[in-house]
Ligand binder design. Structure first.
Ligand code: PXP
Length: 241
């Protein structure tokens, strides 16, 4: 069964817009759980633009489903993750100027630094996942490094401007799932997935977890978090079985 991880960074973004104490992502996480999600995802960025250290600490204490920490390989962030010990750490690239994560982590170029981070996180008892592009060399290097899982960047699919580009992106994802599984990796997906476009990716065989944020929190403004999560979970159940 395809698992749903819900990224609640946007809740913290609204709070930080006023530098106040509401809305609280910890409340949001409880609502996400009540909506039937299998995991809560937050990204503790180096610039702390949305999620704060306090949020991750409280989430670690209160979340009953899988807590997935998205994070860069910066030494200071790895140190925090090793202290907090979330269930899963997903390593992502991070640039100050970006609006959101743009593309995957280049584990080929950064192999030495990434390996050091993975070793430390494994010693802390975390499952470690690499957010990478659907590329054979990136997948094989992730396996080499010792990652438990990969999260394939679905941005090329989500941003496809025409049916040909969409088809190519889906084929790349399909091939990458196969390579990942042959390498013994658990395969997740995420980025740009919405209620409208999730069907074709959910129908590909072999994904075990989707991480979705923007679309769910956007819908939650109108229907509430619990209902928005329930609706997405229902789509995943329908399309992946
Ligand atoms: N997975 C990763 C690794 C991400 O960085 C993000 C964005 O924070 C997501 C999934 C969720 O993407 P979206 O908000 O587009 O659903």
């Amino acid at each position: 069964m395809l698992q749903l991880g819900v990224n609640i960074d946007h809740v913290a973004t609204v709070r930080q817009a006023r530098m106040t104490d509401e809305p609280d992502p910890v409340w949001a996480a409880a609502e996400v759980e009540l909506g039937g999600a299998d995991g809560i995802t937050v990204h503790l960025r180096e610039d702390r633009r949305h999620i704060q250290d306090r949020d991750v600490k409280l989430l670690k204490e209160t979340v009953g489903v899988k807590l997935n920490l998205e994070m860069s390989i910066a030494v200071s962030i790895v140190r925090i993750a090793c202290q907090l010990k979330p269930d899963q750490c997903t390593l992502v690239p991070e640039h100050r100027q970006e609006i959101t994560t743009e593309g995957g982590l280049d584990v080929v170029r950064l192999k030495r630094r990434v390996s050091q981070a993975v070793d430390k996180l494994h010693k802390a008892g975390c499952i470690v996942s690499a957010f990478i592009e659907p590329d054979e060399q990136q997948i094989k290097t992730s396996a080499d490094i010792g990652f438990d899982a990969i999260e394939l960047w679905t941005g090329a699919y989500a941003n496809a401007k025409n049916p040909r580009a969409e088809k190519r992106a889906l084929q790349e994802l399909e091939k990458s799932i196969e390579i990942g599984r042959q390498c013994g990796l658990v395969v997740h997906a995420g980025h740009g997935l919405t209620y409208r476009n999730v069907e074709k990716v959910a129908r590909l065989e072999g994904f075990s977890e989707f991480n979705i944020g923007h679309s769910i929190i956007s819908r939650a403004i109108f229907v509430g978090i619990r209902e928005a999560v329930r609706q997405m979970k229902e789509l995943l159940i329908r399309y992946s079985s």
